[in-house]
Design a protein around this ligand. Structure first.
Ligand code: ASP
Length: 433
C-alpha cells in the first residue's frame, strides 16, 4: 500500500488531536491530557529547537564556504533584507486596507468591550510587562544585541541573530585562509550538515504524533468559546488578510519571478506550514522550513542557509499584518479616530515591531504594544483581543514561514541558485529516513 503523503499524515494528526481535546473537555479527562499527552508535544518542539542551532551553524558555514568570494555574500544580504522589507510592508498595507473597509471594531458594543477588557486584563499583564521592557531600549539596542560576547551563551539562549553573526564572521575567515587549510574544516561541516538534515527527517517521522499532542493540549487549555463570538469580525479580518498573503500573494510572486506553479510550491512547503500552525513558532519550525526549501523547492543550501534563519528572526509578514489590523481594531472599539498620519505610523511601527518580534508563540502581541503606543491607543486595549490571540498566532506563524520560503526562492533565482528539487517524491524520502 502506498504510504500517505506527509502533509496528510500531519493533517490527520491535527484533526485527531482537536477531536481528542474536545472529547477530553466534554468528558472531563482534561487532566489526563495535561499529564500524559501534553509532554509529548513539548518533547516534539524541544527536538525541533534542539536541532535549529546545529543546523544553522552547519548549513551556513557550508553555504558561505561554497561562496568563494565575499562580495557575493553582501549582494545576497542586501537583496534578502530588501525583499523582506517589501513583503512586510505589503502585508501591513493589506491588513490596513481590510480593517478600514470591514471596520470590525465598530461591531463591538460598549458592554462587550468592558467585559472583554475586565476578563482579560490580568492575563494580559505579563505581555504588557514584557512590552514595557522593550520600550525602554535605546535606538541602537537591536544592533548592539546582534553582536554576542559569548557564542556558547548565545547558542544556549537560542539567540539566532547572534549565532548568525558569529557564523558569518567565521565563514568569512574560512574563505580568507589558504584552501589547503580550510578544506578539512569545510569537509567537516559538509558532513555535519548532512547528519543534521537526516536528524530532521527522523524527527519528522514523529510529526503526526507531535501535532496530535500539541493540539489536544491546546484545546484542553483554551478559554471558553463564548469569547470567540464577540471577536468574530476581528478574527475574520485578520484571517482574510493572512489568507490573501498565503493563497494569493506568495504563490503569485513565486510564479511571476521563478515560474514555479501553485502545486509545486504548496506541495513543497506545506509540512512546514502545518508545523508552524501547530507550534506557533517560526523558530521551532525553522529546521523543517530549511529542509523543505532546500530539498523540495530547489533552493541551493548556499542561499537557504543564509536567507531562512534571518527570515525566521526578522521577516514576519503575518505578524505585521495582524499588528496593523489589531491596532486599528482596538482603536475603533475604543472609539478613537485615527488620522491618515496615524495609519502611516502604523505602517512604519508594525514593520519595525514585526522585525523585533521573537519567533516564539505570542511574541507578536507583545510587540503590538509598541504600535499602540505610537498612535496613542491605551495599552489595556490588548485585553480586548487576548481571547483569540492563540489561534491567530497559529495562522500568522504559518504566513511568516511561507513568506520566508518565498523570499528564499526569489533570492535563489536572482543569484542563479534555484534548481530542481533534490527530492522529487517526498514519500520516498521519508520512508528511507
Ligand atoms: N508566533 C509568531 C512566530 O513565531 C510570532 C508572533 O507572535 O506573531 O512567527
Amino acid at each position: 500500500m502506498k504510504k500517505l503523503a506527509l502533509h496528510w499524515q500531519i493533517i490527520l494528526g491535527m484533526v485527531a488531536g482537536v477531536l481528542f481535546g474536545v472529547l477530553a473537555v466534554k468528558f472531563g479527562f482534561g487532566e489526563f491530557v495535561k499529564d500524559w499527552i501534553k509532554p509529548f508535544g513539548k518533547i516534539f518542539i524541544n527536538l525541533l529547537k534542539l536541532i535549529a542551532i546545529p543546523l544553522i551553524v552547519a548549513s551556513l558555514i557550508k553555504g558561505i564556504s561554497d561562496l568563494k568570494d565575499i562580495s557575493k555574500l553582501s549582494a545576497m544580504g542586501g537583496r534578502t533584507i530588501g525583499i523582506y522589507l517589501v513583503t512586510t510592508v505589503v502585508a501591513v498595507l493589506i491588513g490596513l486596507f481590510l480593517v478600514n473597509i470591514i471596520q470590525p471594531g465598530n461591531m463591538i458594543d460598549e458592554q462587550t468591550r468592558t467585559e472583554l477588557i475586565g476578563d482579560n486584563l490580568e492575563s494580559t499583564q505579563k505581555r504588557l510587562d514584557a512590552a514595557n521592557k522593550q520600550k525602554e531600549a535605546g535606538p541602537l539596542q537591536a544592533l548592539e544585541d546582534m553582536v554576542p560576547s559569548n557564542i556558547i551563551k548565545a547558542a544556549g539562549e537560542n539567540q539566532m541573530l547572534q549565532v548568525i553573526f558569529f557564523v558569518v564572521f567565521f565563514g568569512i575567515g574560512l574563505i580568507l585562509i589558504p584552501p589547503e587549510k580550510s578544506a578539512p574544516v569545510k569537509a567537516f561541516f559538509d558532513g555535519l550538515n548532512d547528519i543534521v538534515l537526516k536528524m530532521i527527517d527522523l524527527i519528522m517521522l514523529a510529526a503526526p504524533y507531535g501535532v496530535f499532542a500539541l493540539l489536544a493540549a491546546l484545546i484542553v487549555d483554551s478559554p471558553s468559546v463564548a469569547l470567540f463570538k464577540a471577536l468574530i469580525g476581528y478574527s475574520l479580518t485578520v484571517l482574510a488578510g493572512l489568507g490573501i498573503m498565503i493563497f494569493a500573494f506568495y504563490p503569485l510572486v513565486v510564479k511571476t519571478f521563478t515560474g514555479r506553479g501553485y502545486g509545486f510550491f504548496f506541495k513543497g512547503i506545506s509540512p512546514a506550514q502545518l508545523l508552524a500552525f501547530s507550534t506557533s513558532s517560526s523558530a521551532a519550525t525553522l529546521p523543517v522550513t530549511m529542509e523543505r526549501v532546500e530539498e523540495h523547492l530547489g533552493v541551493d543550501s548556499e542561499v537557504s542557509s543564509f536567507v531562512l534563519p534571518i527570515g525566521a528572526t526578522i521577516n514576519m509578514d503575518g505578524t505585521s499584518l495582524y499588528q496593523a489590523v489589531a491596532a486599528v481594531f482596538i482603536a475603533q472599539a475604543m472609539g478613537i479616530d485615527l488620522t491618515m498620519g496615524d495609519q502611516l505610523t502604523i505602517v512604519m511601527t508594525a514593520t519595525l515591531a514585526s522585525i523585533g518580534s521573537a519567533a516564539v508563540p505570542g511574541a507578536g502581541m507583545v510587540m503590538l504594544v509598541i504600535v499602540l503606543a505610537a498612535i496613542g491607543v491605551p495599552e489595556e486595549g490588548l485585553a480586548l483581543i487576548f481571547a483569540v490571540d492563540r489561534i491567530l498566532d497559529m495562522c500568522r506563524t504559518c504566513v511568516n514561514v511561507t513568506g520566508d520560503a518565498t523570499v528564499a526562492m526569489l533570492v535563489a533565482k536572482s543569484v542563479g541558485k534555484l534548481g530542481d528539487p533534490k527530492v522529487k517524491d517526498w514519500d520516498d524520502h521519508y520512508e528511507k529516513a
